[in-house]
Design a protein around this ligand. Structure first.
Ligand SMILES: CC(C)(COP(=O)(O)OP(=O)(O)OC[C@H]1O[C@@H](n2cnc3c(N)ncnc32)[C@H](O)[C@@H]1OP(=O)(O)O)[C@@H](O)C(=O)NCCC(=O)NCCS
Length: 148
């Protein structure tokens, strides 16, 4: 059985377990808490790919109202994260998940859809390019602690 399912709170367990492979700095419990809040919001959405009867991929998208590099409208749909289990890659599943995210953003009135990728993540870079995204810019993030 193969399908893409828009996630509800019933999928929290599956969603968090899959997402822990992507956001490895967070525990499943932390992700569950965060996703539970996001699922109650109108401006966020998750999709799960089911293949061979089990969850093998997920995509998280949100509406972004703040400025997004390279865009000229607001809000825009934003791909916050996408993951497909290694043994299920190169079957077009991530693109199917993206298509659902884009449809969702369009229904929410968005004219543009954006995403990002870490330096060195070539799977992600080449996947984005193959999925029709154009590179809009490269950013280095900085942070410092403020003394009391
Ligand atoms: C990025 C990711 C979601 C792609 O999943 P996928 O289901 O394999 O993607 P699709 O099948 O839709 O597209 C595959 C296409 O992307 C491109 N691609 C993906 N990885 C590539 C690589 N390392 N080099 C070149 N092209 C690549 C190719 O065009 C490929 O087509 P092919 O299968 O004919 O070679 C998957 O690699 C993944 O989960 N990576 C780890 C998590 C991650 O980095 N997520 C993105 C950041 S949030």
């Amino acid at each position: 059985m193969e399908e893409i399912k828009k996630s509800t709170t019933e999928d929290l367990e599956k969603l968090s377990a899959l997402a822990a492979n992507l956001w490895t700095e967070h525990t499943i419990a932390e992700l569950k808490q965060e996703f539970s809040e996001l699922l109650s919001q109108d401006g966020a959405c998750f999709f799960i790919k089911i293949a061979e009867g089990k969850p093998v991929g997920l995509a998280q998208c949100q509406l972004r109202h703040d400025y997004v590099e390279g865009t000229s409208s607001s809000p825009v749909g934003y791909l916050e994260g996408i993951y497909v289990a290694p043994e299920f890659r190169h079957r077009g599943y991530a693109k199917q998940l993206l298509t659902e995210c884009e449809k969702w953003a369009k229904e929410k009135g968005c004219a543009e859809f954006a995403s990002d990728c870490s330096f060195g993540n070539n799977d992600s870079l080449f996947w984005h390019l193959s999925a029709g995204f154009d590179e809009a810019g490269r950013v280095i993030c900085f942070v410092k602690k403020l003394g009391h």
